[in-house]
Design a protein. Structure first.
Length: 135
């Protein structure tokens, strides 16, 4: 059931369990509560460089947990304007506060965000429910 996962309103979600928070022309990106719980204890993260350009679908970061190593793909194209350097010493922040201090990067959008490929909270909740039922 998706009731056991935090899925805050006001964010967009993508199928690979990434959240996007929009603030004008800059988006903040992180791993959803569902995503971090599936990864379990996160022990390391490789972050991109500030100023780096990134294309949609390109690898944005690599997250290592006790369970797996996972590439995080960018849901948007743009330029990285900020990285959460706290994660270098404290990658567990993604587990502890996925929508707050566990954010990964901020990207200045290359073009206006296309939201038709993104899910809102209720759609993402239903998506997780369907995933859980199919297991």
């Amino acid at each position: 059931m998706s009731g056991e996962y935090q899925i805050p309103e006001g964010y967009y979600y993508v199928r690979d369990h990434i959240w996007i928070k929009v603030d004008n022309n800059v988006v903040t990106i992180g791993i959803t509560d569902y995503g971090q719980k599936k990864l379990r204890d996160i022990i390391h993260i490789e972050l991109p460089s500030i100023g780096q350009s990134i294309e949609e679908g390109e690898t944005l970061a690599v997250v290592e947990s006790i369970k797996a190593s996972v590439e995080i793909h960018s849901p948007v194209a743009g330029r990285i304007v900020k990285v959460n350097s706290k994660l270098m010493d404290h990658p567990e922040l993604i587990n502890e506060d996925p929508y707050g201090s566990g954010w990964i990067v901020k990207i200045e959008l290359a073009e206006e965000l296309r939201t038709e490929d993104l899910m809102e909270a209720d759609e993402y909740s239903k998506y997780i429910e369907d995933l859980e039922e199919s297991v």
